[in-house]
Design a protein around this ligand. Structure first.
Ligand SMILES: N[C@@H](CCC(=O)N[C@@H](CS)C(=O)NCC(=O)O)C(=O)O
Length: 206
């Protein structure tokens, strides 16, 4: 018998949505456990000891084992499916985009969105306020890079959808909520529309 998958999550998080979307597209059921990150529920001694010592969600639980980090969890869910390229180069290229998302995209786009939507501009610390302009610049550079890359291509990697598209979609499609102007990136818009038309697509939750 295979273990069921449990997603430890905060439903408004794009990082958690990546895992839900990957599972939904593949028709894989997920049991969900919600944590209120605004009230420190991922920082309790119990969570740190038993779920993720890094104090963050998403965490995918398989039996009594836990995989933190959204992109690793997506990879695990998608392993063996058509979302994981078998060609060696394409496989490494998929990983390239997933690592890039964590370094160049998510820290700029997701963080600004979190500060604007969830924390509130008037409650930002000075150090966060100072980071807003550089993050906006870097976020726009990430969207520009994606738009340029997608010219003449349907998907980020090779000729087929991969889990890298899902990981990048999560925060790209809500970048406007962080005041990024997506109209500047028409190839990105076309690519996002393709994803939203996939069978079994599920929306992000507010
Ligand atoms: N690199 C991690 C980032 C995880 C992360 O930052 N999670 C946020 C929500 S999106 C969180 O748990 N914040 C709660 C906290 O830091 O206490 C991933 O991709 O999973």
């Amino acid at each position: 018998m295979t273990d069921r998958f449990v997603l430890h999550e905060y439903s408004a998080s794009g990082n958690c949505y990546k895992v839900r979307l990957t599972a939904a597209l593949l028709g894989i059921p997920l049991e969900r456990r919600e944590y209120d990150i605004m009230n420190g529920e991922t920082r309790t001694p119990d969570f740190l000891e038993n779920v993720n010592a890094n104090g963050r969600i998403p965490v995918l639980q398989i039996g009594d084992r836990f995989i933190p980090e959204s992109n690793a969890a997506c990879y695990f869910v998608a392993d063996g499916s058509n979302l994981i390229p078998t060609d060696r180069f394409d496989h490494a290229d998929m990983l390239r985009w997933m690592f890039w998302e964590q370094y160049n995209h998510e820290p700029n786009i997701a963080t600004l969105r979190f500060w604007i939507l969830e924390v509130g501009l008037d409650r930002l610390a000075d150090v966060q306020r100072l980071q807003m302009a550089p993050k906006r610049l870097a976020g726009n550079a990430a969207l520009r890079l994606m738009d340029d890359h997608l010219k003449g291509r349907e998907w980020l990697v090779g000729n087929a959808i991969s889990v890298a598209d899902i990981c990048l979609f999560a925060y790209t499609h809500v970048a406007d909520e962080a005041d990024y102007d997506l109209e500047l990136y028409p190839e990105v818009i076309r690519w996002m529309e393709q994803i939203m038309e996939l069978p079994n697509f599920v929306e992000m939750e507010a």
